[in-house]
Design a protein around this ligand. Structure first.
Ligand SMILES: Nc1ncnc2c1ncn2[C@@H]1O[C@H](COP(=O)(O)OP(=O)(O)OP(=O)(O)O)[C@@H](O)[C@H]1O
Ligand SMILES: [Mg+2]
Length: 261
């Protein structure tokens, strides 16, 4: 057995008096494509934000590639991670959000090259070569010089995906990347994501309300409710033969809302 690339071990997280995560544990193997589904407020985004170090944990441990994320060793003891450790660990992970957050005053190409040049010290020619490959992969090589305001939502989101990939993360997190898009723009983003899942051995965690897409994309689906994993399994098991009442009720609601499962 190889080491999990993500090993979440008994983490807790509260916002004020509200406990969002209460002893959550889960493991992700290298290269796995995981879909996180569940009702609004169940803690899916919080988990991704914690992995991205945008949100601290209150208790428990997370290991990325066997290395502690929020702790580090000092004289044989585990102590809270300092900012330097967090910055180093954060580089292993890329995230694409619901709202693309492109730099509005930079062209598409600069949006993709800026972070690799600034944080990894990659020279402009190499950064641009890589950026053009990625823009080609997401079908936007011809938009390299366009400004974000000149792009559709689906195009912006594809630039955001290229930008996250430009940092060559080992793990990619996607949080509802299509939910802010007009329906006719959803498919072009999903097509890029499907390709990415099929063609790379990157580990990917996807939060989505698109159950049909989760089914095609994922090796394994986790159903969350109130900060806990209620049920997990292969897509067919979860979507066709869920065993837990809460999973069944959730899927019924999704279907009633007109989504494909
Ligand atoms: N910064 C915050 N401050 C206070 N409460 C928060 C904060 N972030 C999240 N929460 C609360 O934590 C709970 C889990 O939120 P989270 O965003 O992780 O849910 P989610 O599963 O992603 O939901 P959705 O499907 O609606 O995106 C919610 O009740 C939310 O209101
Ligand atoms: Mg969310």
């Amino acid at each position: 057995m190889s080491t999990p690339i993500i090993d979440i071990d008994g983490i807790t997280k509260s916002f004020g008096a509200f406990k969002v995560l209460d002893g959550l544990s889960m493991k992700v193997m290298p290269g796995e494509k995981l879909a996180l589904i569940g009702p609004s407020g169940s803690g899916k985004t919080t988990i991704l934000r914690i992995l991205m170090t945008l949100e601290r944990i209150d208790g428990g441990h997370i290991r990325i590639g066997g290395e502690q994320l929020y702790h580090m060793e000092r004289e044989g003891r585990l102590v809270p991670a300092d900012e330097r450790h967090l910055t180093r660990m954060r580089r292993k992970i890329g995230m694409v959000f619901q709202l693309f957050n492109l730099f509005p005053h930079k062209c598409v190409l600069d949006n993709v090259t800026l972070a690799p040049m600034l944080t990894k010290g990659i020279a402009r020619p190499a950064a641009e070569k890589r950026a053009m490959e990625l823009l080609d992969m997401v079908g936007l090589a011809d938009k390299a010089k366009a400004m974000p305001a000149q792009l559709s939502g689906g195009q912006k989101q594809r630039v955001a995906i290229a930008r996250a990939l430009a940092l060559s993360p080992e793990i990619m997190l996607f949080d509802e990347v299509t939910s802010a898009l007009d329906p006719e723009l959803v498919e072009e983003v999903l097509t890029v994501m499907r390709r990415l899942a099929a063609e790379t051995d990157m580990t990917m965690l996807l939060v989505t309300h698109e159950m049909g897409f989760a089914h095609d994309f994922a090796d394994r689906v986790l159903f969350f409710d109130r900060g806990r994993i209620v049920e997990e399994g292969k897509p067919d098991e979860i979507f066709r033969h869920p065993t837990q009442e809460r999973t069944q009720a959730f899927l019924r609601k999704i279907i009633a809302a007109g989504h494909r499962v």
